[in-house]
Every structure is written in structure tokens, then in C-alpha cells.
Design a protein around this ligand. Structure first.
Ligand SMILES: NC(=O)c1ccc[n+]([C@@H]2O[C@H](COP(=O)([O-])OP(=O)(O)OC[C@H]3O[C@@H](n4cnc5c(N)ncnc54)[C@H](O)[C@@H]3O)[C@@H](O)[C@H]2O)c1
Length: 419
């Protein structure tokens, strides 16, 4: 029988994983909850930046199929869960997609299947949530007839250097056999698989990685604010510090943190620490406070720049360049550009935007249409604010034709206003 894998959730994580497994010969089912996603994928239309329509066509040619029908699980040796793990109302983890996925697959498990959770989550989820739910939905004996492991996803959308194949994969099984089965699956297309002693260690390792970024971004964001007041160029400071070949890692300030991971995942860790131990994880909470203050700080800097030329924010045309959370991708999830636009509109600025990857941009009180022509929009604006430095932007030329230009990414020359 062909080796078959079901990948539950065909989004930013699940679809590239499906592509990598399909390329080395796995028969891949993409089990989805969204009929729109299933229809699009089976038509060869990719909705994920990292997978092109051509790659998807090749996957379909190799037998890949997206489906709403969970019976594919009964024909799979491996089932990988890649569904969203957002925050709930009170900032607590929302595992509803994980529990729904697990409940759906449990009755279809057959003897010998290994279930792997990839969704980012708090320590203990695999053992305390996934295993009991699977066990109650199947007649099979847990940890014997079916195996369970956790393996965090480390995908960095848009990264041309590090992808699934050359980013080491962590695995933590509930049993030695689970670790072995999960490792064998990943080793078929990932260069290096690293086995940890169990799921808790793998779950926590992923949260350490994201918390590390979150805290270090907050550090440079806080420094950017006081360096501005002290008349010190933070970008030059970072350039200098980055020449140290050991013990320093370069992080840069910006309008805030965005995406599916950094603004969300550290909360999973602080929530668990508070719930289990009753005390706060102070680094995470402080980093959150600082990073969340950055959109308002950017607006303060816009007000300051306009004020210097005798203009009020009220009624001024503010052109935002780049509204995605990362350069050169279309993903707008949790992008700090949204609170920047919201605050500007609350203060009655006339907000416009240009982003080569976004045509209609949803902000809190409606949606904005992209300015038709970049050069004309730059010339017509009272201030242009670079929020995301897509590589297609000719920043030097744009900044020289703008009346005022605020660069929040530190990519322009030193005589331009920078964060
Ligand atoms: N996007 C990233 O860069 C990234 C990186 C590392 C880790 N992660 C983690 O990976 C997980 C998935 O993230 P993503 O970015 O791929 O999310 P996504 O929103 O892009 O995709 C998730 C997909 O799962 C589907 N889905 C939801 N519930 C389902 C269910 N019960 N059954 C089947 N399908 C279901 C959705 O319809 C959607 O298509 C999250 O835990 C996230 O934190 C994401």
C-alpha cells in the first residue's frame, strides 16, 4: 500500500507540508473544514503565498486531494493536525479548532496510525487534551494501537533560504514508538529531525522560540522610543552592535508585531504559567505592553512630523506604504498597520494605502481600496509612512518625492525621518 498521510488544515502550515510530503511520494489527503478552500485547492488555486498554482497542479498530478470527508483518515498511517490556535475572548488559548479536528478524526483511526499535532499550543496539550479526546472517540488502545506525538511547525512564510526541508524538525512523542514513527515520517523530506524526550518539551521549545523574538523586538522598540528623544539614531546603534560576531542577535524596531505567531503564542505560555503556578510570566507581559504601544507611537511620530511643518493631523492625507505583517507576502493577519490606520482615522486623518500585495484592506471600521497609482499617491500625500518595506518599493525615490516621509523600517538613508 502507498504510504498515505492526512494533513488536517490546509492553510499556511498544512499546505506547504502537504507539498513536501507529496513531493517525496506520500499520497496526501488535505482534510479541511472550509468547503471554499477545498474547492479552490482541487481546482489548482493556491491561497498560500509559499505554494504557487504550478506547485499545486503538480501535487494534484501526484494524487493530492483536498477533502471535507474524514474517512481518508482510515487509509492513513500518519495524521498531522495543522489547524489554527488563536486567542479566545479573555486572551486565553482557543483550542476549539484542535478539539474539533481531533473529535473528527478519532472515529476513523485504524490500528497503527500515528497522530501528530503541529499547531502551536501550551505545554501539556498533546497529553491532556489530544490523547484523551482521541481515546474517547475510538475503540483502539492509546499508545499501543495508535500513537501520538507533537512536532512544532517552524515555517517562516516568504523565507527563500529556510523552508520545510532545511529547517530542523523537533519531535516529542508520548512514547518512544510515537517519536520513532513521527521522526520517520518527517525524515522522509526534512534533512534533520531532532527528538526531544516528550511532547511537553517540544511544545515549550516552540513557545521559547517565539517568546525570544517577542521579547527582543520589544527591547529594540523601547530603545527606539528613548533613542529618538535622546537624539541617537537607533538604526546606527543596531548597525554597530550587529558587527559583534558572538553574543548578539540583530532585531529591529517597527510599528508593532504581527502575524499568526509572535502576538499570540507567548500568551499561551504566560496563560499556562499563571494557571498552573499562579504567577505571571513577566517578560511576556512587558513585551506585549511595549509592542502593543508601537502603533500609537508611530501615530505620535506622524503628528510630530506634520506639526513641524505647521499641519494638523485632522484632514491631512496620510499614505501608508505596505500593510502586511512581513515584507513580500500578502498575509495581513494581526498586522500592526491596522491599529495605525484605526488610530489615524479616529483622529480624522485621511488615510490612504498602497501595497502591491493587497487590493482591498480590511481595517476595523470598514475597508480601504488601494491607491491606484503609487507615484501620484505619494505626490498627493501630506505624509508618507513606510510601514512595510516590500522589496519592490524604491524607497529612495519615493522618499525624495514625498512632502514628508517617515520610515518605520530603517531602510532609507540617514537624512530621511526614521523611527
Ligand atoms: N502561519 C505561520 O507562519 C505559522 C508558523 C508556525 C506555526 N504556526 C501554527 O500552525 C497552526 C496553523 O496555522 P496556519 O497559519 O496554517 O493557519 P491557517 O488559518 O492558515 O490555516 C488553518 C486551516 O485549518 C482549517 N481548519 C480549521 N479548523 C479545522 C478543522 N476542525 N478541521 C479541518 N480544518 C480546519 C481552516 O479552514 C484553515 O484552512 C497554528 O497553531 C499556528 O500558530 C503557524
Amino acid at each position: 500500500m502507498t504510504d498515505t498521510v492526512t494533513i488536517v488544515g490546509q492553510g499556511y502550515v498544512g499546505l506547504p507540508l502537504a507539498e513536501a510530503a507529496s513531493e517525496v511520494g506520500w499520497r496526501v489527503w488535505g482534510l479541511e473544514a472550509s468547503s471554499r478552500v477545498v474547492t479552490q485547492l482541487n481546482r489548482g488555486q493556491s491561497h498560500v503565498d509559499d505554494i504557487s498554482d504550478q506547485q499545486l497542479e503538480r501535487m494534484l498530478g501526484r494524487g493530492y486531494a483536498a477533502t471535507l470527508d474524514p474517512s481518508c483518515v482510515s487509509r492513513s498511517q500518519i495524521v498531522v493536525i495543522c489547524v489554527p490556535t488563536p486567542l479566545g475572548d479573555a486572551g486565553s488559548p482557543d483550542l476549539s479548532a484542535v478539539t474539533a479536528a481531533v473529535t473528527t478524526i478519532a472515529p476513523h483511526l485504524t490500528s497503527g496510525t500515528t497522530v501528530i499535532l503541529e499547531s502551536t499550543t501550551y505545554p501539556g496539550t498533546t497529553e491532556e487534551v489530544v490523547l484523551p479526546l482521541l481515546s474517547s472517540g475510538t475503540h483502539l488502545t492509546p499508545n499501543q494501537e495508535f500513537l501520538v506525538a507533537f512536532s512544532p511547525e517552524r515555517v517562516n512564510p516568504g523565507d527563500k533560504k529556510f523552508g520545510i526541508r532545511n529547517t530542523p524538525k523537533l519531535v516529542g512523542g508520548l512514547t518512544k514508538e510515537a517519536s520513532e514513527a513521527a521522526s520517520a515520517f518527517y525524515a522522509s523530506f526534512v534533512e534533520q529531525v531532532v527528538v526531544l524526550s516528550g511532547p511537553r518539551e517540544a511544545e515549550t521549545a516552540k513557545l521559547l522560540e517565539n517568546t525570544f523574538r517577542h521579547v527582543n523586538i520589544a527591547l529594540v522598540n523601547e530603545m527606539a522610543k528613548f533613542c529618538h528623544e535622546l537624539g541617537i539614531d537607533i538604526w546606527e546603534v543596531i548597525r554597530g552592535a550587529s558587527t559583534k560576531p558572538f553574543g548578539f542577535m540583530r532585531f529591529t524596531p517597527g510599528p508593532g508585531v504581527g502575524g499568526h505567531c509572535i502576538p499570540i503564542d507567548p500568551n499561551y505560555l504566560s496563560f499556562e504559567v499563571r494557571k498552573e503556578l499562579g504567577y505571571p510570566f513577566r517578560f511576556v507581559e512587558l513585551a506585549q505592553e511595549i509592542n502593543n504601544s508601537m502603533p500609537r507611537y508611530v501615530v505620535d511620530r506622524i503628528v510630530e512630523a506634520l506639526n513641524d511643518v505647521g499641519k494638523p493631523l485632522n484632514g491631512s492625507r496620510v499614505l501608508l506604504l505596505g500593510v502586511t505583517y512581513k515584507p513580500d507576502i500578502a498575509d495581513q493577519r494581526e498586522s500592526p498597520a491596522i491599529p495605525v490606520a484605526d488610530i489615524l482615522r479616529q483622529k480624522k486623518a485621511r488615510v490612504e494605502f498602497y501595497d502591491p500585495y493587497v487590493e482591498n484592506w480590511a481595517i476595523s471600521d470598514g475597508s480601504l481600496e488601494r491607491s491606484r497609482e503609487l507615484e501620484a499617491a505619494v505626490l498627493g500625500a501630506d505624509i508618507v509612512v513606510l510601514l512595510q518595506a516590500h522589496s519592490s518599493f524604491d524607497v529612495e525615490s519615493l522618499s525624495s518625492s514625498a512632502a514628508l516621509f517617515l520610515d518605520t523600517q530603517g531602510v532609507s538613508s540617514e537624512n530621511v525621518l526614521r523611527l
